[in-house]
Design a protein around this ligand. Structure first.
Ligand SMILES: [Zn+2]
Length: 193
């Protein structure tokens, strides 16, 4: 496959920008199976003399999740032991939404969580912390009082789940009375994200 990558071309994280046979990957890039990808939102820079390719970031301090970032996102899929979260906010800034976070069952709570479905469900709004960002895979944790589900809907009728009491941490549906469990953040239901 031949690719023409020129300086100035706009790319986003995870976008393929070349192969190691044609370029030496430089700053703002990473390699997977011989393919060079962009790590940044920015512009390609090709150094044709040295055959180097790099990605110049669009702006300093651009809103990209980093290790330690507190993020807000929606659970869009759960598969066996992992929940996949579409990150919509990093710190105080909302994003256009092309970052995906992965939350493994072992990172849900300080307590052992046997079944991820007892802690999270598709559609939940979650506050989490980024613990790893290797190759633009954002691994998240919800361990900690302030982290976890901040808004959840009833899996039976779609009504908003309400906290029974601070102590019990159980949730009930204001519409149908169904009770459910989640790993909730201490400010569940306060409306602040
Ligand atoms: Zn309900």
């Amino acid at each position: 496959m031949s690719e023409t990558r020129r300086s100035g071309q706009f790319v986003v994280p995870g976008e393929r920008i070349g192969v190691i046979e044609e370029f030496i990957p430089d700053s703002g890039t990473y390699v997977e199976n011989g393919v060079i990808y962009s790590k940044n939102v920015g512009y390609i820079l090709v150094d044709s003399v040295n055959r180097k390719i790099s990605v110049y970031p669009l702006a300093r301090g651009l809103c990209v999740p980093r290790v330690g970032s507190i993020v807000i996102g929606h659970v869009f899929s759960i598969q066996s032991s992992m929940a996949f979260i579409r990150i919509v906010k990093v710190g105080k800034k909302f994003l256009s939404g092309f970052f995906t976070g992965v939350l493994h069952v072992s990172d849900v709570d300080v307590k052992y969580t046997k079944d991820i479905y007892s802690a999270l469900k598709v559609g939940d709004l979650v506050r989490a912390k980024v613990i790893s960002d290797v190759n633009r895979m954002f691994h998240l944790t919800t361990k900690g009082e302030k982290l976890g589900v901040i808004l959840a809907l009833c899996s039976k009728c779609g009504g908003t789940l309400i906290l029974k009491s601070k102590r019990s941490k159980g949730l009930y549906c204001s519409v149908c009375g169904n009770t459910e469990t989640r790993k909730i953040a201490s400010d569940y239901g306060s409306g602040s994200i």
